[in-house]
Design a protein around this ligand. Sequence first.
Ligand code: ZN
Length: 232
Amino acid sequence: MTAINNLISLASIDEEIKEIESSRGDLPSRIKKLEMEKDQGEIKIEELNSELSNFEKKHVELQRNKDDFQISLDKYKDQLYLVKNNKEYDALNNEIDVVKKNLFDITEELSSISENKDNINEEIKLSKSNIDEKKAMLDKYSSQLNNLMSENEKEYNNLNLKRKQLLESMDKSIVQRYNLMLSAKGCGASSVIGDACGVCYTTLPTQLVTEIKQKLEFKYCPSCTILLYFEE
Ligand SMILES: [Zn+2]
């Protein structure tokens, strides 16, 4: 009898817990989703920053090469005034052409890197403002949830404590079955309504209803297998 009464208490506690939780609406799941999106955004910014720093390193390196080539070019141009014959002049001009070609290539590469850096900076800016929006929404929802929770936090904690104590005194296999149903159907046990199961509304055999009322052992709905009890 005590075991069945414990089950009835548990079911009624869970009803109350469910009511409080549903008063919070979808705030907890919205908050969870926003937190996840915010974390993902922050990871993305980290990745973009590391990409940016790679481009910056490359930029510095190329700029250094460009300066070196520019120095060579100036040097060759000065030497043009000192050549003694056509052969030397042609050789020097060939060198100048090679350096000019290199300078052109490097300048092209530098401008493509600048473009990439601009794009990444733009993307970082967008991601940051996106994260700021999410943070603002998170603050709003969190304070809404806190207000809702502070109203019935004490009651909610008490219910959970009572639940924990009840579970400890109950038979493990019954608790397992109860919890399984709780997560599958939203309730772990159901009261008999009239002579029908309170979950699937199947009419129960008269003998079963009598046994449930006797509270001698745990009884299940033959149709949906939920634990059944009788509420006086
Ligand atoms: Zn049923």
